[in-house]
Design a protein around this ligand. Structure first.
Ligand code: PMP
Ligand code: PLP
Length: 528
């Protein structure tokens, strides 16, 4: 559908908080428009003169987008491209240091924004016509700005029942309160969201209903789940019904993997990145679950995209896709805080993306997806080599349970933990079962509650993992904050850990998982 046929964003101004409604434009910005008038001699702006900037030219060497990513750690790389960023503009160079190092508008570089706009239109296809692109310093910066335009002190915010901790750390000091929505291996459960909102006036009489949902829809941090299109549609409908703004924090969008299936023998290789096929742009785009913004006929989705997982977090560069009203309010807040993302960062990323082109960037992303798919496969294969993985029984909703190696056929073997094969992102989320753990049972008799015993057990177990030199993130870090310094009460008898497959080599992963198995055996054989 062409954008002319699409509706415009509806008026959602009632969602803005008082701080944002009260913001006025930065007074100095008025001056910029007159500075651009022909013939004007500007004695106005406090701009440093570009001749006095110390960088004369930047030349950069990047990989070609279809580089074999398995070889980029080697010394001998021939698949590179060069581009330069000169000081001044010329017919062949619009991207210049005199602009990059100067004050600019808080929208960010116009060239980079227009590249991103075209990319967003082609790949995300927003369902309303007047969406805007606003550059920011990554999703951390972006989410902070979203909270700062939408949330009042004490607001309730809808979150997944395991949620990204830095996102909470933004609103916790504002005495906001998380409303945990149930999730499963396929992400946020629409029915749970609906029940929470439908019953709000009974469960929270006299309390303002939440109006913001924070979600990580793909390769969820920490659980690794990815929402299906069906679920996204249902969630969007519910958010329309209850007038909720959806903030999709989507750093892992391009890391969506084909499903992993448990193989009878570990000697066969999973059919994926090991046998790369020719790049098919359309097939790659179609393999990605559509975004919330693609369903958004009203402009109630604020999409946070970041280059952190695609080009490197140190770029500190990302962008909002949102309705014009929210973009304008965020811009006003940006003018007096970050002003714009780093000019050097924008210039380098603009140089890279324009030399790769739209298809080149997609090609790069598909290569990344293949690399992370291999890593996901390594992790799952190593799990299968280290433990016996059995299909989960009825009462466990994960894909598989892990039992002691060689005990797979014993009926009375209790699972150590369960997990689901990640369909995106960088994480595998394991759920340990303590019901048959003797140390835990002892702790329970001496603790004030099951939850206290669970927390004590998790802490001691984690310290033992560290002693064995394998580091995981305790699941408790992701527990929603549901009151002043209060965390949601989790089920006792289970403990979660997040295991990342994004960084270590296959050999290191294997050693790490083996160390984990040693600690698990120690704790289940009563030797801890
Ligand atoms: N404070 C003062 C007093 C200034 O004069 C300026 C620059 N004109 C700024 C802050 C903005 O500084 P920066 O570019 O480091 O954000
Ligand atoms: N949001 C989520 C869900 C993340 O997992 C991360 C990185 O780990 C971030 C935001 C941070 O992103 P950025 O580097 O763009 O600030």
């Amino acid at each position: 559908t062409s954008s002319a046929a699409k509706p415009k964003a509806i008026d959602l101004s009632h969602h803005l908080n008082e701080l944002s409604r009260s913001r006025v434009p930065s007074p100095l910005k008025d001056i910029i428009k007159y500075m651009k008038e022909p013939g004007m001699i500007s004695l106005a702006g406090g701009l440093p003169h570009p001749d006095l900037f110390p960088f004369a030219e930047i030349t950069a060497t990047s990989y070609v987008p279809d580089v074999d990513l398995r070889s980029t750690s080697g010394e001998d790389i021939h698949s590179t491209l060069n581009f330069s960023i000169p000081k001044n503009v010329s017919p062949s160079h619009q991207n210049t240091l005199s602009a990059a190092l100067q004050y600019g508008t808080s929208y960010g570089s116009a060239n980079l924004s227009s590249f991103i706009r075209e990319f967003t239109s082609r790949v995300m296809n927003p369902a309303y016509s007047d969406f805007e692109i606003l550059l920011d310093s990554g999703n951390t910066d972006a989410w902070n700005k979203v909270v700062n335009i939408l949330c009042e002190f004490g607001d309730y915010i809808l979150v997944e029942e395991h949620t990204y901790p830095s996102s909470q750390a933004v609103w916790a000091p504002m005495k906001c309160i998380g409303v945990p929505i149930s999730i499963d291996k396929n992400g946020l459960i629409p029915e749970s969201l609906h029940d929470t909102l439908k019953n709000w006036n009974n469960t929270h009489p006299g309390v303002k209903r939440p109006h913001l949902l924070y979600t990580v829809p793909v390769g969820h941090n920490p659980t690794g789940s990815t929402l299906s299109l069906e679920r996204k549609k249902k969630i969007y409908e519910i958010c329309v019904e209850y007038d909720i703004i959806i903030c999709e924090d989507d750093p892992y969008y391009f890391l969506q993997f084909p499903p992993y299936t448990l193989r009878p023998s570990s000697s066969e290789t999973q059919k994926t990145a090991e046998n790369p096929v020719a790049f098919d742009r359309q097939a790659y785009i179609e393999s990605l679950v559509p975004t919330f913004i693609s369903l958004d006929v009203q402009g109630r989705v604020i999409r946070l995209d970041t280059f952190s997982k695609t080009l490197g977090p140190g770029n500190r560069l990302g962008y909002f896709v949102c309705n014009p009203l929210f973009a304008e309010r965020i811009l006003r807040a940006t003018e007096v805080t970050t002003q714009s993302p780093s000019g050097l960062s924008q210039a380098l990323v603009e140089g890279l993306l324009t030399s790769w082109g739209q298809d080149g960037y997609l090609r790069w992303l598909s290569g990344l997806r293949d690399s992370y798919t291999s890593r996901r496969n390594w992790m799952c294969e190593i799990m299968a080599e280290t433990f016996d993985l059995l299909p989960s029984p009825q009462n466990i909703t994960d894909d598989v349970v892990a039992v002691q190696k060689g005990h797979a056929s014993t009926k009375d073997t209790f699972p150590y933990f369960s997990f689901s094969f990640p369909k995106g992102g960088m994480f595998l989320w394991i759920k340990l079962y303590l019901a048959h753990n003797a140390t835990y049972q002892d702790l329970k008799t001496t603790s004030s509650s099951g939850a206290v015993a669970t927390a004590k057990w998790a802490e001691a177990f984690w310290m033992d993992l560290i002693k064995e030199k394998v580091l995981l993130v305790p699941g408790s870090y992701y527990t929603p904050i549901v009151g002043n310094n209060e965390r949601m009460i989790q089920d006792s008898d289970v403990v979660f850990f997040r295991v990342a497959f994004s960084y270590e080599t296959k050999e290191e992963m294997k050693i790490g998982i083996e160390r984990m198995a040693v600690v698990i055996q120690r704790w289940w054989n009563g030797e801890a």
